[in-house]
Design a protein around this ligand. Structure first.
Ligand code: PRP
Ligand code: URA
Length: 208
């Protein structure tokens, strides 16, 4: 599928396996979410623009490069919160705008409960952070919000997705590239990703 990037890095596979294990307790789970986010963000930012910058090294002058894009990070609450720290460590100039979305347990429809985006678009590239892409409802709602805000360059960075969610996000927003650590088998009768890792918010925050 075009616009779908699933990491094949051996360390990503190794760490994702640890993350999935039912025995992995919240402290270790949070550390692994952070480590995996670094790998995937590295891949998702391969094409950001650079501009030349003149610098002096101890041995002379040279033309170097600096990031020319204002990047916005958009963690979806709650589970996306665990991806924020590694992302702003890698891109310290990024803005972070939280989006509060949960999927209703009965209807599975996304419900928006927090959005404080400023009136004017202030980023060149939006990166949505959410470990899980299941039915795709939450991701589609987040992209809808960003597009209504005026965003034209949006990427989705997750850890695990179901093929159903990827297909729905591509159908609604074919221009949004998806970066993942794994594409799993599918959804169960409660629309949880199988084999997945369970509820990513609960496993990070010990609320299961
Ligand atoms: C999880 C996850 C995504 C959403 C994915 O959040 O973090 O946001 O489900 O499911 P979907 O693709 O079917 O929309 P959840 O609604 O459990 O909220 P929480 O992070 O606050 O627990
Ligand atoms: N949200 C999760 O946290 N896990 C799933 O498997 C599906 C949605």
């Amino acid at each position: 599928m075009t616009n779908l990037h699933v990491s094949t890095h051996p360390l990503v596979r190794h760490k994702l396996t640890l993350l999935r294990r039912v025995q992995t307790e919240p402290k270790k789970f949070r550390e692994l979410v952070q480590e995996l986010t670094r790998f995937l963000l590295y891949e998702a930012t391969q094409d950001i623009g650079l501009e030349p910058v003149e610098i002096e090294t101890p041995l002379g002058a040279m033309t170097g490069h600096r990031n020319a894009s204002q990047i916005g990070l958009f963690p979806i609450l709650r589970a996306g919160l665990g991806m924020v720290d590694p992302a702003i460590e890698m891109i310290p100039t990024a803005n972070v705008w939280h989006l509060g979305l949960y999927r209703d347990h009965d209807t599975l429809e996304p419900v928006t409960y927090y959005n404080k985006l400023p009136p004017q678009l202030d980023v060149d590239l939006c990166i949505i952070l959410d470990p899980m892409l299941a039915t795709g409802g939450s991701a589609i709602a987040a992209v809808d919000i960003l597009k209504r805000w005026g965003a034209t360059r949006i990427k989705f960075l997750g850890l695990i997705a179901a093929p159903e969610g990827v297909a729905m996000l591509h159908q609604h927003h074919p221009d949004v590239p998806i970066y993942l650590a794994a594409l799993d088998q599918g959804l169960n009768e409660k629309s949880y990703i199988v084999p997945g890792l369970g509820d990513a918010g609960d496993r990070q925050f010990g609320t299961g």
